[in-house]
Design a protein around this ligand. Sequence first.
Ligand SMILES: Cc1ncc(COP(=O)(O)O)c(C=O)c1O
Length: 404
Amino acid sequence: MAASIDLADRRAAELIAREERFGAPNYAPLDIVIVRAEGVHAWDSAGNRYIDCISAYSAVNQGHCHPRIGAALVAQSKILTLTSRAVRNDRLPLLLEELTAYCGQEMALVMNTGVEAVETAIKLARRWGYRVKGIPPDRARIIVCADNFHGRTTTVISASFEEQYRADFGPFTPGFTIVPYGDLEALRSVLDETVCGFLVEPIQGEGGVNVPPPGYLTGAYTLSREHNFLFVGDEIQTGFGRTGTRFALDYDNLTPDVLIVGKALGGGFYPVSAALASRELLRLFGPGDHGSTFGGNPLACEVARAALAVTVDEELAENARVRGAELMRRFAEIRDSRIVQVRGRGLLIGIEFDRSAKPFAQALAANGILAKDTHERVLRIAPPLVVRSEHIDEIVAAFERILA
Ligand SMILES: Cc1ncc(COP(=O)(O)O)c(C=O)c1O
């Protein structure tokens, strides 16, 4: 047994060395080499089992290697995978109809990664600003929030507040104004006739699981009606049941003018993202104005259809609400002077410490729980939405052990 663990450790060390030699160092992962995963669990090269509370940042809401999504992927991979949009394919119409119905929007533009859907929404808001609102050429502004995370393309980091995302990557795309998150007056103070959109996460995931004060999102939406700009909701991390409802904006009964989704739409198998809006808005894009070789390919469509079906049929939002409330309550009951706050919604939970959260993430990993620190002092706990009560017990027990 000892010999085989030693061998597995050596194998892991060898893989890590290879990755560091040939791969760009743009991540600082935990030195755990995952080789297999199923449901809420992942296994490393030494055979250790973990409960995955990272869930690829909400991209595996449905659980790892969900058999129904996997079957859809395999079946479609034998029929038709990629056509480009130069011709039509028989899967895209089905996804469009099902996705718009689920999201309560009229039309969708399908892309691949989350940031591409954000870019789509930015282009859409700008075009609406010029063609409908009548903003003078090249003057359109989009208001974004401090501590936002919308991705890392050059344009999207231009809207970022985070120095690390921006340092030595300029010059930046102009047209973004940053206001403090949760501060309605700050938003109001920057509004004028050049504003075409307000781009906001209903809960900031990467920013540290920041839940805005009650009434903020509704207030921002009301401002968007009064001052004629688009309310653009980025639900890439919060969507598809993560926060205990279909979308986090459902808590405020808000339907954004533009809804951005990604991550869990691909069921953990394949990158699928989309920007959704009314027909009036999305018809502002004409042929050739926007697109992507892989966007809306038949393989992606079948994966996304299965991912959506699993989300609905397995009542993942409901499970996230119940299990999330249970987990949050039990974390909140833990008395430890190092914990500043436990916050979140559904199964998107942040535990803020008075110090770096990294050592807590490392200690949790040694106790069979994968979790990731974010924004220095916050530990994000976001297991797949198929998590059950016994897993909640395990997560809490491990957490109590590392604090003891
Ligand atoms: C709210 C939000 N928007 C956009 C993105 C970017 O998505 P992707 O990494 O798929 O480009 C993320 C990723 O973490 C996100 O959390």
